[in-house]
Ligand binder design. Structure first.
Ligand code: ATP
Length: 990
């Protein structure tokens, strides 16, 4: 990364002229001095160059935390309006992007070398050495060459896999909210520069070191920096203490830490590697990381198979020498052949690449996976716990109804365009004639942090910045024609008590006039009503009688039953006594402020379900995956939406509230989780409890979350799913998967891909294992016949298949699209292994023997058509005829592998259902293997290395005749299997 301080002389000079208050340059500024950027003194440099740096101004040490908040802007060359766009650009140019270099990690060279020193590679090095000692230099060189090619190919696969996961990181940039030119903007965190005014809210990850200038109940989690998971209260007050430790500095927020609650405003003073975090260079993102269970299993399997193959090879070597009386050199080749035939050399890197390709495919379907292991876990997910807003619904709210003084008003218009009317009994209402409505809208508009953005050249429709719930309220206010800007000036906001999902309310405190303050509250109806003692009706304030409370809740329930999200709005006036305000502003807390409220009305908004969700839900039902909605919203609203999209189908399904859950013990909860259930008004800790209970019931649980408090549940779940658009940075960090589009359907797609990846790994494992049989059979026949049946395939031939012709087709199987019916089966158990008995039986005892038959037939075909008709034993075992016969055997392995390739594309359904051309890579694989085999048979230097001789081109007809064998045989097996399964399912009536 470009150092913030190394820049060329001209830039510095220009910067100096533009921004002279920042720089003190040496008195003689010439190009020589400017060559060395370090000789330039930048007043802010020291400030930005240390932890809580001492910044020097005319030799007087001043530190940023000890400056009063009011002076911070001036010191950092900015103002309450933030930087101008141009200034920000210039500073970005000067300081470089706000990026932390990733340090550590294994070097590329080491990773490359690792591919040549693992167990299998070492075995091959030794084998080559033995061949050399046994005076077979050609074989030695060939084995080593193959080992090198294999190592390089494995490295390429790993590298590609790593790049694929790394790319995920770039796909989802981190954002920060800043003030620039006096307007709130969402910019990429990389673009932050010193002097930017950062706006902080709950769940934000802080992306630069910044000095607080305003705070509202701000609490920060600094554990990434200090290791202590305590929440630290931050304020904007200047510190008086001298040299406090890092974590003790109250008025500075650090890169890499996150806002747990509250809000604040801070001015950036250090970015990138100049931040505290940059200096300790601990980069928390852990993509890729440790080997996944599947990779571990594959490592185990490879080791085990290698050990078995080595023992068999050694035993057969002894048998050949002792029993068959074969000479030492031939016995050695024989032993080597057995080892090389059975060891799945290319398997592990192919698994890794296949997982990485799965990750890429998931990304294309809007799900970003952070760890390869999540791909497999997704495949066995049995329960999805999902929240509602934004995931199942569109998170685009439109106010539909207003309850006001006993009347239900309706609102017309769609989306965020402020075009529509407020109607009562078919008549349009003007705000001016309705003081009740005016009050309600005023409160809803001022207790609001969203911004309504008009269409522009980039987005041709009205959009919002901020919380969609609040955005919908702004649209409503505009529809009524209220001028919020002038109201904001007339009744300026003094303080905010931010929305919290646990409290379900938000309040703002405003200066109403010299002696009083106005409090505006909005939140969940029951919660707001519970704190209201009075009601504003027909232009005056009255006590709130019990029957009216019930009437309000009935109206709320009626809206909720229609799937509407309801907010209540209230207000309070705080009159300050003549002796001055009773409380300091910072002492206003939800407890002291949100009470004795005057109820103003209800606002009900529609958030329609996403159109694709119903189908995704149906897919889950068919795939045996349960969906449990855990919403913060009201029970009736949640239930209505859940029914509409098919999550709840039974009449007697349970709707449990957070309070119900609190009253339950774990056993009762587990019982409730057996049936159809929905959780409403649930807080994040309830989510954690539900996930834990489901896991203890043996489920593999995926859970969605967006808030900072969802982090524990996201971490606890087998798959934590965070939202890319609406989620907080903290939730995203705690998750395993991020949905780019926040859409439930993307979770289901990812599960499907997860299942497909697992199935694909099984496919190419079976593909590779199948060809091991015809590779081993010639050696067995050779030994059993006491060398009277010539060896149909030698070690080099086997390597040419395993590390040559088989590679591209195996990769193609790794990229197979999900098989039909994949989502019709129940989830796989996490305990299930890739290499099952049925896989081994199918490879070694079904397809393998058939392939061996074809290979031996091709071998004999060459002899029989050259004057040895009908002769089985004592055929020439050297010379051109022998070499061309081995070439026939080798080519037959390749042509039959084409049939095998198609056979492996499905496990139980007919390949014709997915179409022969569904996977382009399969055809590329076939072309590649045919090209290799043609070269090995007909290109002289390759003939010499592998030990082949050309056979008549007409023989290819015979070889291709065998190509469909494995495919047809396996189609028959699949048809029988399906009939048997149907019979099992429907008794004898299938
Ligand atoms: P889910 O958890 O399914 O996404 P949700 O988004 O409705 O549901 P929360 O955001 O926790 O859950 O909201 C809970 C309740 O708090 C809402 O039903 C609403 O009444 C109230 N609420 C939501 N947003 C705000 C807000 N910005 N200001 C005040 N109250 C709000």
């Amino acid at each position: 990364m470009k150092s913030p301080f190394t820049t060329n002389g001209r830039e510095i000079r220009e910067e100096f002229h533009k921004n002279s208050k920042f720089f003190s340059v040496p008195s003689v500024v010439n190009n020589e001095t400017l060559e060395s950027a370090n000789s330039i003194q930048y007043e802010g440099r020291k400030l930005m160059n240390g932890s809580i740096n001492q910044y020097h101004q005319e030799d007087k040490a001043v530190s940023i935390e000890r400056i009063p908040a009011s002076e911070v802007y001036a010191v950092l060359g900015t103002g309450p309006e933030g930087l101008s766009r141009q200034e920000a650009e210039e500073r970005l140019h000067l300081f470089g992007s706000n990026a932390i270099r990733e340090v550590g990690g294994t070097s590329l060279l080491f990773k490359f070398l690792a591919n040549f020193i693992h167990l299998m590679a070492i075995l091959l090095w030794i084998a080559g050495l033995v061949a050399l000692v046994a005076q077979m230099p050609q074989l030695a060189v060939s084995i080593w060459t193959v080992n090198l090619i294999n190592g390089a190919f494995s490295f390429w696969q790993e590298y590609k896999a790593e790049k694929a996961t790394e790319a995920m990181r770039r796909l989802l940039p981190v954002y920060a909210r800043v003030l620039r030119d006096g307007e709130m903007q969402r910019i990429q965190a990389q673009e932050l520069v010193p002097g930017d005014v950062l706006l902080l809210a709950e769940g934000d990850r802080i992306s630069a070191d910044a000095r607080l200038v305003e705070d509202a109940e701000l609490r920060v989690d600094q554990s990434t920096l200090t290791g202590e998971s305590l929440q630290v209260r931050k304020t904007s007050d200047a510190t008086k203490t001298k040299s406090p430790t890092r974590s003790e500095v109250q008025n500075i927020v650090f890169t890499g830490t996150s806002v747990v609650s509250g809000a604040g405003k801070a001015v950036v003073f250090a970015t990138g590697m100049e931040t505290e975090f940059g200096k300790i260079a601990r980069f928390t993102q852990s993509l890729g990381g440790e080997a996944s269970p599947l990779q571990k299993e594959m490592q185990r399997v490879t080791k085990l198979v290698t050990a078995i193959a080595v023992s068999i090879g050694f035993a057969f070597f002894l048998l050949a020498v002792v029993l068959a009386g074969v000479d030492l050199a031939e016995s050695f080749i024989f032993g080597m052949g057995m080892i090389v035939a059975f060891v799945p050399e290319g398997l592990l890197p192919t698994v890794t690449l296949s997982l990485a390709m799965g990750v890429q495919r998931m990304a294309k379907r809007n799900a970003l996976i952070k760890r390869l292991s999540s791909v497999e876990t997704l495949g066995s997910t049995s329960v999805i716990c999902t929240d509602k807003t934004g995931t199942l619904t569109q998170n685009e709210m439109t106010v539909r109804n207003i309850w006001l003084a006993g009347r239900s008003l309706s609102v017309t218009g769609t989306g965020y365009a402020p075009e529509g009317q407020i109607l009562f009994a078919g008549r349009s209402l003007a705000v001016s004639e309705e003081s009740d409505l005016c009050r309600l809208l005023l409160a809803a508009g001022l207790c609001n942090n969203a911004r309504l953005l008009p269409p522009d050249s980039e987005t041709p429709r009205w959009t919002i910045l901020g919380d969609p719930t609040e955005g919908a309220l702004l649209v409503l206010v505009q529809k009524a024609g209220l001028d919020l800007d002038s109201l904001r000036q007339k009744i300026p906001r003094l303080r905010e008590l931010p929305f919290e999902s646990r409290r379900r309310r938000m309040s703002t405190i405003h200066r109403a006039d010299r002696s009083s303050m106005a409090v505006y509250v909005k939140g969940a109806p029951r919660e707001v009503l519970g704190r209201s003692t009075r009601v504003f009706m027909n232009g005056s304030e009255e006590p709130l009688p019990g029957p009216l409370r019930e009437q309000i809740m009935r109206a709320n329930d009626a809206y909720a039953r229609g799937g509407l999200r309801v907010l209540a709005v209230a207000q309070r006036t705080i009159v300050e006594s003549s002796s001055g305000p009773g409380l300091r502003l910072s002492e206003y807390t939800p407890e002291t402020v949100e009470r004795e409220l005057t109820f103003l009305g209800l606002i009900a908004m529609m958030d329609p379900p996403r159109p694709e969700v119903s189908e995704a839900v149906e897919k889950c039902h068919r795939a045996g995956i349960r969906i449990i909605m855990i919403t913060g919203d009201y029970g009736l609203t949640g239930e209505s939406i859940a029914r509409r999209i098919g999550i709840i189908r039974e009449d007697d399904s349970k709707v449990l509230s957070g309070a119900d859950l609190d009253a339950m013990d774990d056993e009762t909860l587990k019982e409730a989780l057996q049936g159809e259930v929905l959780f409403a008004r649930a807080a994040p800790e309830h989510k954690l409890r539900i996930v834990t209970a489901l896991q203890s019931m043996g489920h593999v649980v995926a859970v969605t979350g967006d808030g900072v408090n969802d982090a524990p549940a996201l971490k606890k779940a087998d798959i934590g799913v965070a939202m890319g658009i609406s989620g907080t940075d903290v939730a995203r960090e705690a998750s395993d998967m991020i949905l780019i589009d926040d859409n439930f359907a993307s979770i289901v797609n990812a599960i499907e891909e997860g299942r497909a990846v697992y199935a694909n790994i099984k496919k190419f494992t079976a593909y590779i294992f199948t060809s091991n049989t015809p590779e081993a059979v010639p050696f067995i026949l050779f030994a059993l016949s006491r060398a009277r049946i010539p060896l149909a395939l030698n070690v080099m031939h086997i390597l040419a298949v395993d590390l040559g012709t088989d590679l591209a087709p195996a990769l193609a199987l790794g990229a197979e699209p999900p098989e039909p019916g994949l989502m019709e089966n129940p989830p796989r158990s996490l305990k299930e292994h890739v290499i099952t008995r049925s896989l081994l039986l199918r490879a070694y005892l079904w397809l393998g023997p058939l392939q061996s038959l074809a290979v031996m037939a091709a071998f004999y075909f060459q002899y029989w058509t050259h004057g040895y008709w009908g002769q089985w034993l004592n055929l020439p075992s050297s010379g051109t005829l022998y070499e061309s016969a081995t070439a026939m055997a080798l080519a037959c392995v390749v042509t039959t592998q084409i049939g095998n390739l198609f056979a492996q594309r499905t496990e139980r359904s007919s390949v014709f259902r997915i179409g022969l051309f569904g996977n382009r890579l399969v055809w590329i694989g076939i072309v590649s293997e045919l090209m290799i085999i043609f070269m090995v048979v007909y290109v002289p230097p390759l003939q010499d290395i592998v030990g082949t001789a050309a056979f008549s081109p007409g023989n290819w007809l015979f070889l291709f005749m065998w190509a469909p064998l494995l495919f047809i045989a396996d189609e028959c097996r699949k048809a029988l299997l399906r009939t048997w399964e149907r019979k099992k399912l429907y008794g004898g009536n299938a």
